[in-house]
Ligand binder design. Structure first.
Ligand SMILES: NC(=O)c1ccc[n+]([C@@H]2O[C@H](COP(=O)([O-])OP(=O)(O)OC[C@H]3O[C@@H](n4cnc5c(N)ncnc54)[C@H](O)[C@@H]3O)[C@@H](O)[C@H]2O)c1
Length: 340
């Protein structure tokens, strides 16, 4: 069990703090009495107004500071660390900023590499320079590539064959962190997130996108025959794992799957959303997309044992919760998504 009082009075840098998982992380840390330095560039991968909304509640919080900084910009990062580096020594870095998404990474591989790899290296360098030890990294289930015969995915299986630029950047991020942990004693936890959803979920991700489109009577693009499977993880469960990873210090380098350890087919997912929205989906069937994997499925034995992680929200419960959130907030949610 994580001792919540251990966060109180500590300072943490949360990169991507205005994003979906980042803003939940900020809230959880502030609620536990920590100070948070958030770094986010508010890019237009999806409507930045959503990110502004995500952080609105924190902006007047006395323990919250925000830097609108690009992690690729070494100079701007150095200024943030020159101000907060000392305080971060006892706390640490929770690095969630990234270009996310498999399909868009095929269009802009260089941007993904520069943000997800060089940006991560820039943060590691700042950590080294300022003697900051704790580094939690948002990795991804996509590192496992296309190996349906090897499910559920275990942390120690081969990840040398990623099948999208996005997945490759996450493998590279993990590898670089291992090197810095070995050379400089950086205390690293790489969290391999399995499709995260819940209030505030990115509008480009299937659950959010389908909910909006079904609600608005638009046809939904369905890639493949609906048999692809995903391990969907509710944000509250992910937060359990993130907080435990921040508190974790048993080994200098650790990699942990954070999933629900239950798979749901795309067809079943659509059915759950239809039931929660109360409308039938209009299906626009399309071929499977390059870079997509047929299945993600987490073995969470290690997460249970090293992080005391016990996810409890099944999709049957989580989807209606997400749709409730969507219905309440949809008037405030800009819907231009990826097109903005
Ligand atoms: N959501 C998921 O299902 C999922 C699954 C696996 C891994 N992840 C990883 O978790 C992390 C958070 O994902 P999310 O779903 O919250 O995404 P998100 O896009 O909502 O959050 C990422 C944030 O990082 C910021 N950012 C991007 N590039 C930046 C840069 N160069 N400088 C500063 N800020 C920058 C963005 O503006 C955004 O606010 C990412 O690293 C993602 O790859 C997410």
């Amino acid at each position: 069990m994580v001792d919540n009082s251990s966060f109180s009075g500590q300072t943490y840098l949360v990169t991507g703090g205005a994003g979906f998982i980042g803003s939940h992380t900020v809230r959880h840390l502030l609620d536990r009495g920590a100070s948070v330095v958030a770094v986010d560039e508010f890019n237009d991968f999806y409507d930045p107004a959503i990110k502004e909304q995500n952080i609105q509640a924190f902006e007047t919080h006395p323990n919250f500071s925000l830097y609108r900084v690009d992690i690729r910009d070494q100079q701007a990062l150095a200024e943030v660390f020159s101000r907060h580096g000392e305080a971060l020594k006892a706390g640490g870095i929770i690095h969630l900023a990234a270009r996310a998404g498999v399909r868009p990474s095929l269009m802009e591989p260089r941007l993904y590499l520069e943000t997800n790899v060089t940006g991560t290296l820039n943060l590691m360098e700042q950590a080294r320079e300022h003697g900051i030890q704790k580094f939690v990294f948002a990795s991804s289930s996509s590192v496992y590539g296309s190996s349906p015969d090897q499910v559920p995915f275990k942390e120690d299986q081969d990840i040398s064959k990623p099948i999208s630029p996005y997945a490759s950047t996450k493998v590279m991020g993990e590898n670089l962190l291992h090197t810095y942990s070995h050379l400089y004693g950086l205390q690293v936890v790489c969290l391999r997130f399995f499709t995260v959803y819940g209030p505030g979920q990115r509008p480009d991700l299937a659950i959010h996108k389908f909910t909006r489109m079904i609600d608005e009577g638009e046809p939904i693009p369905v890639f493949g025959d609906g048999t692809t499977e995903r391990d969907y993880t509710y944000i509250d469960d992910i937060m359990q794992g993130v907080m435990a990873a921040i508190a974790y210090d048993a080994t200098p380098f650790q990699v942990v799957n954070l999933g629900e350890s239950q798979t749901t087919t795309l067809a079943r997912l659509i059915e759950l959303i239809e039931n929660a929205v109360g409308k039938k989906a209009i299906i626009n069937r399309q071929p499977l997309q390059p870079g997509d994997v047929p299945i993600t499925y987490a073995d969470i034995t290690r997460a249970r044992s090293v992080l005391n992680y016990h996810p409890s929200t099944k999709v049957e419960e989580g989807i209606p919760k997400f749709v409730d959130w969507y219905m309440t907030y949809k008037k405030r949610i800009p819907t231009c998504g990826l097109a903005c």
